[in-house]
Each structure stands twice: as structure tokens, then as C-alpha cells.
Design a protein around this ligand. Structure first.
Ligand SMILES: [Zn+2]
Length: 285
């Protein structure tokens, strides 16, 4: 079981969570990569969908609990659920419960971006903050873009998942790279859109990176395996070339938001250039 695994990054404890499994068109997920290549690493179902999950991450910092991503929006109705093939057997709430926590115990939520599969559980069915005692950290750019959509990105945003947070004054709007807590830094990772941020944890010489949709699953680690969904694919390429070598050099643990099986991975050099991501066999602590 890949979820609710705990790892220690120096003094920071992290626990892998998952919120839902779903499917998206494999062609859209791999952009310009031909199906003959991607289906070897991500076999498709009869509707050409590949299996995905949304994988939030719980961070324990002394007395503080931090949650990266809140989960997949659950108020789209039956047709929405069937389009995405949603299976909600595992939820972020079950994962927190397993970790001995309830939503009130979360002090800080980090939204990598505001797409409904990542920030969908920011609010409850009553349009109230799901995590009433938390600040919600998002890039200012991302909230601005969510409020000024166009035909290409509009379907990714559900205002009910962020406007109530803004109305309650619970957003911390971040501008660029910023250390939110000692050892917890958010880092702009543009390409999927322009307001996306990843999260870098560094403690006692160890590093973990929550890469957001820069690398949505392990299968996407090869440099040109870029989603058709990305608004700025060449920017994704540049962001990967900037950071993947650095994270590889640091021996960072890598957490992807959508891998269907693996919570923690590491980068390895690909003999043909760039990197591949392999499951990390480290011990659950
Ligand atoms: Zn995503």
C-alpha cells in the first residue's frame, strides 16, 4: 500500500495521502508522445483513459500540520464523476484520520495551483473552508489567473473552491519563491500554467520535492513527456531543465501529484539523456 507511508526528511516528517483515483485521456496526458511509446508505461482502458490519482502530502513540523493539495472536487454530479471515472474509496479525510488528525488540526494548506483536481476540497459542500484553522498558501499569480480565465483553461477552475477562502481572508498570496516555515519553501514551477508552485522540504541535508504538475506521474519524468494539458509546454521543458538536475544532484525524494501507484520516488539519469523516476524503496518509518 503506497499511501499513508511516512518518511523522515531530517526533522520533518511526511506522510503520503491520496484522495481519489480517476482517469484522463492518455493522449492528452502525454502530449506529443506517440501512444506506442506511452502505453508501455501507462496502459489505457477502453476509453483510452490512463489511471491516475490525486496524492496530497501531510507534513508534520513540530506542533504544526501542513497539507499539500486538498483533493479532487466532489460536487460535480454523476456525469462529472463518470467522465473522470472517479473512485473515492480512499479520501484525504480517511488518510488524515489514519494519521490521527481531523481537518481542524491542519494549520497550513499549500495549494500548488487551483485546478479542481488539486484544490477541489479547499471548501465543503456548504462553501465553507474545509480546514477552518488553516491559512491557505497559493501564488498570487494563480489566484489572479483563476479569476481571469479564457477558453483554454476555464474548465480547470471551480470558483466555489477558492472564492470562499478569499472571502474569509484565509489566503496567503505568495509572490515567487518563499520560505513559508523553516525548511518548507514554495517554488514557482511554471509551464502547466504560470502560477503553479512546488514545495521543497530541506532538513539536515535531506531534501523532498513535491513537484506538482511539472512531473504529474513517474512516467512523465523523461524531459519531453509533457502533458497536452500544459498551457506553456516549452516553459515546462525549461523548468524541468532548470530543476531536475538540481534535485537529482541533491538526491531528493520526489512526490508527484498523480502517480497511481507510487508515493515516493527518486530521479535516476536516463542513459539517453534527462532523467527517469523510480519508486523509492526507503523504509516506512
Ligand atoms: Zn493535476
Amino acid at each position: 500500500m503506497a499511501w499513508n507511508q511516512t518518511r523522515q526528511i531530517g526533522e520533518i516528517q511526511v506522510t503520503s495521502l491520496t484522495d481519489a483515483s480517476f482517469g484522463l485521456d492518455g493522449g492528452a496526458m502525454f502530449g506529443s508522445v506517440p501512444k506506442t511509446l506511452w502505453e508501455r508505461v501507462a496502459p489505457a482502458d477502453e476509453l483510452n483513459r490512463i489511471p491516475l490519482r490525486i496524492n496530497p502530502l501531510l507534513i508534520r513540523l513540530g506542533d504544526e500540520n501542513v497539507l499539500i493539495e486538498t483533493g479532487f472536487w466532489d460536487r460535480g454530479g454523476e456525469k462529472f464523476e463518470s467522465i473522470y471515472g472517479l473512485d473515492r474509496e480512499e479520501t484525504v479525510f480517511r488518510g488524515l484520520d489514519h494519521a490521527g488528525l481531523i481537518p481542524d488540526d491542519i494549520h497550513l494548506v499549500i495549494n500548488t495551483h487551483l485546478h479542481f483536481d488539486h484544490a477541489g476540497r479547499n471548501t465543503t459542500a456548504l462553501n465553507e473552508p474545509t480546514f477552518p484553522n488553516a491559512r491557505y498558501a497559493v501564488q498570487k499569480r494563480e489566484l489572479d489567473d483563476a479569476r481571469h480565465t479564457h477558453e483554454r483553461n476555464r474548465a480547470s477552475y471551480v470558483p466555489d473552491t477558492y472564492e470562499p477562502i478569499a472571502d474569509a481572508g484565509m489566503f496567503d498570496l505568495i509572490d515567487g519563491e518563499h520560505e513559508l516555515r523553516p525548511g518548507v519553501t514554495v517554488l514557482p514551477l511554471p509551464g502547466h500554467n504560470l502560477g503553479q508552485q512546488g514545495v521543497v522540504l530541506r532538513s539536515k541535508g535531506q531534501t523532498l520535492v513535491y513537484v506538482a504538475d511539472l512531473v504529474p506521474t513517474l512516467a512523465h519524468a523523461p524531459t519531453p513527456y509533457i502533458m497536452g494539458y500544459d498551457l506553456y509546454p516549452v516553459t515546462t521543458l525549461e523548468t524541468r531543465k532548470k530543476y531536475l538536475p538540481q534535485w537529482f544532484e541533491e538526491g531528493a525524494l520526489i512526490c508527484t501529484p498523480h502517480d497511481p501507484r507510487t508515493a515516493f520516488a527518486r530521479l535516476q539519469e536516463n542513459p539517453r539523456g534527462g532523467f527517469v523516476a523510480v519508486p523509492d524503496e526507503g523504509q516506512d518509518t
